[in-house]
Design a protein around this ligand. Structure first.
Ligand SMILES: CSCCC(=O)C(=O)COP(=O)(O)O
Ligand SMILES: [Mg+2]
Length: 237
């Protein structure tokens, strides 16, 4: 057991709290056939209008491009696991409805909720930083294998309100939003490049090398690397 001291815990989702397959198979497969109908049915929603404009621009599509061409770009991004903001926005809206209607349940690794509850009960502040949109994050935590865990988190960050996960300024923005000295935040992620960006802003870091996950055998360099949350304790200073 490694003992850390911090006031804030920030967690990634995919590969850290949930199996990667939960996102790449369950959630992506749910979103894929619903993207086109969602764009058509919400054509006057300003959020969708803005997302579609961004997709046309980033996907190199002409203004005349129809829903089928837009969906083809989105499917290409999903196939390549490119976590591009307007895709994450539309996915988040679709997942939000899927969770509300009872179609989706988030599977969490078994060590996750006991650790999050212990840290929360000790008075630490918990936050999420994921490529998944804030709307999608909140929906995903509202129906999990361990019930509704939304009350554990006081803040949510994504690539829209914080910035890209592999860039240090995003971690600066989160620290500012939390009102936290960087050294008092510990970030848990399975992706070494995300941990590198957090360290560049002075955060503490823990790498999740979960067996069977894509980053199980990754080189975590100087970051503390563990196989589960059960290997780490976090206490207030
Ligand atoms: C409903 S939240 C789904 C998470 C997601 O869409 C995603 O891409 C996960 O990325 P992360 O940055 O958490 O690895
Ligand atoms: Mg991850």
């Amino acid at each position: 057991m490694t003992a850390l001291t911090a006031r804030w815990v920030v967690v990634d989702i995919e590969g850290t709290l949930t199996p990667t397959s939960q996102v790449h198979v369950v959630l992506y497969d749910y979103a894929r056939p619903r993207l086109g109908p969602w764009i058509t049915d919400h054509a006057s929603d300003p959020v969708v209008v803005d997302a579609v404009a961004q997709i046309r621009s980033l996907g190199g599509l002409p203004d005349s491009a129809g829903v089928d061409e837009i969906v083809a770009v989105l499917h290409g991004w999903m196939d390549a696991d490119q976590k591009i903001a307007p895709l994450k926005t539309l996915q988040g809206l679709i997942w939000q409805r899927g969770y509300a209607e009872g179609d989706l349940v988030t599977e969490l690794f078994p060590d996750v909720v006991p650790a999050l509850r212990a840290w929360h009960d000790k008075g630490l502040d918990l936050a999420v930083f994921s490529s998944g949109s804030v709307a999608g994050q909140v929906a995903a935590f509202s129906r999990t294998s361990e019930g509704d865990i939304t009350s554990l988190f006081s803040s949510h960050f994504d690539t829209v309100n914080a910035g890209p996960k592999r860039e240090a300024p995003s971690y600066r923005a989160i620290a500012s939003a939390l009102g936290a000295p960087s050294a008092e935040i510990v970030f848990f992620s399975d992706v070494p490049a995300e941990l590198d960006a957090a360290v560049a802003d002075g955060w503490q870091t823990v790498g999740l090398a979960r067996p069977g996950e894509p980053f199980a055998d990754a080189d975590f360099g100087t970051h503390l690397a563990v196989k589960s949350f059960a290997e780490v304790s976090v206490d207030l200073p």
